[in-house]
Design a binder for this molecule. Sequence first.
Ligand code: CA
Length: 271
Amino acid sequence: MDGVLIVEDEFDIADAVRLALEREGVEPVYIADSLAAGRDVLLRAEIAVAIIDIGLPDGSGLDLAVEMRSSGSNAAIFFLTARDSEADRLAGFGVGADDYISKPFSPIELSARVRAFFRRSRTAAQDDKTIVVGRVRIGAQSGTIEVDGEPVALPALEFKLLRFLAEHRGMAFTPADLYEKVWAAAALGQADENNVRVHVRRLRERIEADPSHPELLMTVRGLGYRFDEPPRGGEFSVGSAWEQHEDADARRESRDHEDEKVEDGTWRHED
Ligand code: CA
């Protein structure tokens, strides 16, 4: 299970929250006593909920929340603070906070809220639309990726690119198309096709067994990219006899067939 991060410089408070969470069966719980220590935990652990104090020795907890959101984290964020003015509450929600708890507070009540969050997210995960393409499994809403059953962390933009291609599997898109669809808000000016190529390369490094010979995220010569399951010999023949007859000729024929489709740049998978 993904863990809970508590960023709080008052040890007694952090420890009371950790105890209450562990009593509710929530674990692992990480404690950081500064922004720097919090950043360190975020780099090396999967965090589902971050409980962040606003007044920290090396800066404001609000900044950490901004960093988390801009790096694509969709962890729940609970702010913990002695400041209870309306302006502080609004600032908290402005940076994407899910809840705001004023000190003094009951650690038991806080841990109950965290547990409620885990229950909600489990329900959401059950409703998550899953797209499976070859070795890749994509949780379209939860933002999770698995390749060969292993979770893979993807930056937000690469996740959006992969999800878009997977939702339109078998269809080819030019870099300009992809820029318009995936980069959306940024795409008001001229399409930055080089940017698309860079992200396609990074995505291949994460999901392809051999990024220089991709089998899923294919280049369609003269057109752009498409994402689909790797071709199997069986799809070019009828009946099971073919599958049992996998000699060198059959493999060569299927390869040649695939090359033809790629060459003319117009092949579409009817789905
Ligand atoms: Ca503090």
